[in-house]
Design a binder for this molecule. Sequence first.
Ligand SMILES: [Zn+2]
Length: 262
Amino acid sequence: MKPTIFTIFFLFFFNSAFASNLDALLWEAVRSDHFIVYYQEAPSGYVSKIIEAAEKYYKEITFELGFTRFEGFWTWDKRAKIYLFKNIDDYKHHSHQPAWSSAGVNVLNREITTYVGNEDFFENTLPHEMGHLIFREFVGYRRKLPLWLDEGIASYLEKRFTKERLVIVKILFSYGLFMDLDELEKVNIRNMIMPDLFYYESASIIDFLLGVYGKEKFFAFCNALKELPVYEDWRKALFGVYKIENAAQLNKEWIEFLKKKN
Ligand SMILES: [Zn+2]
């Protein structure tokens, strides 16, 4: 099993060099209700396969996260853009993403970049990156949140290795290697030691929140984050909506959920 989230680079903030670089290249474009796919060379049917998958995930993700009542996503000139380079070398050369990455996302510009032949794109990368875009589009870009929350939502939406992810988190817990909420919250892109384990645990909390409390509560939580003044602690939204006293109670409930879940 090769964990793919490790290969995804997440760019939250506007990067002008990156954007202008893409604009300077020549692209063909195909539009759907919520997406524009820009491409240069792709095998016959490849672009329509991407459009089809992206529209399908759009429906699934807004449903899974309980966002279906929110109508403001990506129509007309606000469509999300997928830039498809013709091969991995072109992607690495032009996208300004790290050499180890297989896709990138620019949340502020609603842009995903990848290349033709990215094996993981359809099952993992696309839902992962769309999760970032949809969540941030809803709660706002300025809200400072712990990395585990952004990555947890995105990783939860990936379609492969969901069983393996659960097994690994259970093993971590049984060997006392489990990071609780406070420890997860300290992890950022610079101090992350074991990225895969961090992503698995982050996804597991989202699995717990959705599995135990449901979509409506999750939507209410996201809405509370959106409404919360930016200077307020994000945990106010979490504990307020879920009626959870503190981190210790959340950890306890999360572990109970893990023990029962197969
Ligand atoms: Zn991510």
